[in-house]
Design a protein around this ligand. Sequence first.
Ligand code: FAD
Length: 460
Amino acid sequence: MKDYRGYSFWLETCDDDLTPRPPLDGSIDADIAILGAGFTGLWTAWYLLLKEPSLKIAIVEAEIAGFGASGRNGGWCFSGFPVSPLALLESHGYDAARLVSLEMHKAVDEVGRVTREEGIDTHYAKGGELEVARAPYDLPKLQKMYDEFRAIGLEDHHQLLDARETRDRINVAGAVGSFWNKEGAAIQPARLARGLARAVERLGATIYEQTRVTDFAPAPHPSLTTERGTVRARAVVLAGEAYLSALPKLNRAIIPVTSHMVVTEPLSDELWEQIRWRERDVLGGFGINGGYINHTADGRIAFGAYRGTYPYKSRITDQINLDEDIFDHARQAALDWFPMLKDVRFTHAWGGVFGMPRDHMPTMTYDRTTGIAAAYGYTGEGVATANLSGRVLTDLITETDSPLTMLPMTQRRKARWEPEPLRWAGVTFVRHGRMRMLKNVERQRKYPEKPTLAQRLYDF
Ligand SMILES: Cc1cc2nc3c(=O)[nH]c(=O)nc-3n(C[C@H](O)[C@H](O)[C@H](O)COP(=O)(O)OP(=O)(O)OC[C@H]3O[C@@H](n4cnc5c(N)ncnc54)[C@H](O)[C@@H]3O)c2cc1C
């Protein structure tokens, strides 16, 4: 049997029994059939059961609850959304752009509120999100972030800090300024996924683990087909994020992209004295050594590298989680941010996949005529967004008239990835182009005046 503890530091230390629940054994009927026991599937089940406690919900999971990105991510539960406020303003107008941000703020608080009420200790600490510029040429990026929120009237939630104010908050080498977003919390993500799984079971849902869905069917008989039987339901929810690309019907809807993390041993009090970082804000930054960084509740630093790769034909294997070059890079980048870590041991390294849609926009849809609902495509910003998905899908499926059902993500779109091998060639070209651009920026100490070809093909 697989040792699921080995898939991330978070799964190893979540204090839950990771022994798989029984698989599906034969065909069953349910009201709602959900593919995937990650944040999206679990939040959807939780909100549906809150609204209609008598619903019979079956969640079908290929491995165990929290096996995917939900059990391996950076623990940034923050209001960042894959489409920026300005892009939303231009494409969908002021009210829609503002509502998306406000609902993302609410998502961060919902994760805190529900877990408190359900007795799930996710080590939730709402210290905000701090994006640090470590070179003067990155300062305009901070200003742009602030201006985007001002354009939708939400600048009150954000603050620009100068070099001294940034250093007072956290001692990052070379910091010249930062952007602080108060809508961010650090969490232990596997504790959230595992705790939510137990919470939905308490509400009456059944989770079938080690049961892979091989196909799904629309009305007149919405269903999930598995290797061990079929789940027939009134509505089917596709909540498999990057892994959905393995289903032939969704192969071009989403691609998997890897992300890798390392974590230190617990740091001494003297080191924390030097680093400060008392509020446990989630911490991020730009450039070659940029990353997403978490001050864990047990006093470690977890560092995630921005070095995503795309596996040819979207093939997700355990092998792609283990990239020694990226682990090395992440350890070096962590030292570059915090030189005082030079004698500290890194104890764990792991990777996972997130889903990336062709047009950046997450999907949160339900088609009443087919009985198929889906929520995916968060491009590495899914911890809080998945909570929003759960609330949106619940209102859509229960036909509740709410502003959530009008959000831009609920509109069906046609953006599909190119077929292979064009897809792999394109994504790889953009990835290398981005690295080349960042290296040039570091050498020339400025960004190119015009977007590069790679950026024009897929803006990042
Ligand atoms: C290393 C890493 C770091 C990240 N850091 C952050 C961060 O700090 N903040 C943030 O906001 N986001 C982050 N993300 C993204 C975030 O973790 C995800 O967007 C989020 O967890 C998605 O949740 P999900 O439930 O939709 O998908 P997942 O957690 O991937 O869950 C999907 C589940 O579906 C199951 N499944 C898939 N296909 C099938 C099938 N055919 N049959 C049955 N079951 C199936 C999988 O086994 C899996 O358990 C990160 C992602 C990675 C990989």
